[in-house]
Ligand binder design. Structure first.
Ligand code: ADP
Ligand code: MG
Length: 494
């Protein structure tokens, strides 16, 4: 797929590299025992280490190390058995140490490659440069007092994974797909909750443009973008701005930029001349981080099933079509929901998973997702319980109601909250499968429409639908379609 940008003087290629910051799921911080729980009162989760009291020594939290390794494994990257923590020196009010402990030359996770799927069905390989562990800073609060800034150190020292891509993306769509893929992987691996609105994941977006086939252009870096939609806006507005500058004969400054939601564009934050010299050096308070291949193997053996493997299993074992399988595994929550509903349905109906997989997947991706979208709800806020959903699908499997009636019952469930069995009883929606009853009705209809029967037998095939329609009309849509078809064929053709 070509994704060139058409400028006034010809085509330009957009080049994008992302640095994704993902907050590690762990009880406590990277180098202290203070809690990481979100939403606590300011400065209630601050140890002496997080507050940088003199003489306090950092002690590495082993769980954060395991989480970084799990993430590296999930992304299929090289795991480095030896890595080094460096001090990245800069001054900021919410950084009491005056430096951030990070990893620079020797990160815990090295290179890898991710394959992302694009909307047109094609795939694209995107290289990963590294993943390193680092501490988060505190938070400056400018809105608490008219002329003072307050500092909340709860976040100070929380473990972050910075995942750096190679400059391999060529469009906003590819960058979006890559970000979603990483978010899905960390959620499946249980290493980051991926909640962008709580700041658990954010991206620095590097963008440059060049003439196709030329050397890489000069990039700008837009910091701390906290939604995928914003990220795509950054890429689009930066592309347009850079092309305009270059086509007017100007040059791009290598600089850090900020995204402004109000305008949907970016503005200069600081230029390269003002760029920090961080004076990285190995932190003398910490030994190099070393672990064995056995630890890596142990973590690999315990890894949960990830999206791609789950998708393949859904297709192979459950006979679900590739499209639906892709939709279901895209978010861990929907995959979990589907699998829970599938086992509940298997239990309730007594059928095998392979027999009900398609029906359950069609219901979840079609009926349920459609309803949730209309209601503006997420999968975990579904107004219909798993038990009720399994009951509804089972009523369809055992022939109590038809697929069409099932949709009607579901509508009613959403409104009333009643169980599907109750609704079917109350409204008399039970499907008529009684052969005798249907046969008598068909005889009646054929007798009353003798002229049409003759026309049909004379070759007017289209009239078949008319007879089916009559039976359905007489039963209020409740006749079992299979029984109706079988009997009609017998009587008309036989
Ligand atoms: P820095 O600390 O200077 O931001 P990093 O190595 O941490 O450097 O990250 C650089 C990021 O910028 C990577 O994601 C990389 O892929 C990307 N990048 C490098 N050169 C370019 C370029 N010319 N255009 C777009 N992105 C680039
Ligand atoms: Mg950077």
């Amino acid at each position: 797929m070509s994704s060139l940008f058409q400028g006034a003087t010809g085509d330009w290629e957009v080049v994008i590299g992302l640095e994704i910051h993902a907050q590690v799921i762990s009880e406590s911080k990277l180098f202290s025992g203070a809690s990481t729980k979100f939403g606590a009162e300011p400065n209630t989760q601050v140890s002496f280490v997080c507050a940088a009291m003199p003489g306090m020594l950092p002690v590495i939290n082993e769980e954060c190390v395991r989480q970084a390794v799990r993430t590296g494994l999930a992304m299929g990257c090289q795991i480095n058995l030896r890595s080094v923590f460096d001090r990245k020196n800069y001054f900021y009010a919410d950084l009491p140490q005056g430096y951030q402990i990070s990893q620079f030359k020797d990160p815990i996770v090295g290179e890898g490659m991710l394959t992302v799927e694009l909307e047109d069905g094609s795939t694209k390989d995107i290289g990963i440069e590294r993943l390193h562990l680092e501490q988060d800073a505190g938070k400056s609060m400018h809105d608490q007092h008219p002329n003072m800034t307050y500092v909340d150190l709860n976040r100070s020292g929380v473990a972050l994974m910075e995942i750096v891509s190679k400059p391999d993306m060529r469009s906003a769509e590819e960058a979006g797909a890559y970000f979603r893929k990483i978010r899905s992987l960390v959620r499946y691996a249980g290493t980051c909750d991926g909640n962008m609105d709580q700041g658990s994941m954010r991206a620095d977006v590097n963008v440059s443009v060049r003439r196709p086939g030329q050397e890489l252009g000069i990039r700008t870096e837009t910091k701390n973008v906290n939604s995928i939609r914003y990220m795509m806006m950054v890429i689009e507005s930066e592309t347009r701005r850079q092309v305009d500058v270059l086509e007017a004969g100007g040059t791009i400054n290598q600089e850090t930029r900020l995204f402004e939601v109000a305008t949907g564009t970016t503005r200069t934050m600081r230029s390269k001349e003002e760029a920090h010299d961080y004076r990285y050096f190995p932190d003398p308070d910490l030994l190099p981080l070393e672990f064995t291949q056995e630890l890596v193997d142990e973590l690999a053996a315990q890894m949960p099933e990830l999206a791609d493997a789950k998708k393949a299993r859904f297709i192979k074992d459950l006979h679900i079509n590739a499209y639906n399988a892709g939709v279901l595994v895209a978010e861990k929550e929907s995959a979990d929901y589907f699998e829970t509903l599938l086992s509940a349905t298997v239990e309730k109906s007594g059928k095998a998973v392979s027999e009900v997989g398609t029906l359950v997947s069609n219901w979840v991706t079609g009926d349920l997702f459609g309803a949730l979208k209309k209601l503006g709800l997420g999968i975990n806020q579904s107004p219909v319980s798993i038990a009720h959903a399994a009951e509804l699908i089972t009523l369809q499997i055992d022939g109590t109601i038809s697929g069409r009636i099932a949709k009607e019952v579901f509508e009613n469930m959403l409104e009333s909250g009643k169980s599907p069995e109750t609704i079917v009883e109350e409204k008399g929606l039970r499907q008529v499968s009684d052969t005798g009853e249907i046969e008598a009705m068909i005889d009646q209809i054929l007798a009353a429409n003798a002229d049409k029967v003759e026309e049909y037998r004379g070759g007017k095939d289209k009239l078949y639908g008319f007879f089916v329609g009559q039976v359905m009309k007489n039963t209020g849509g409740k006749a079992n379609p299979q029984v109706v078809n079988k009997l009609l064929r017998q009587k008309l053709d036989g």
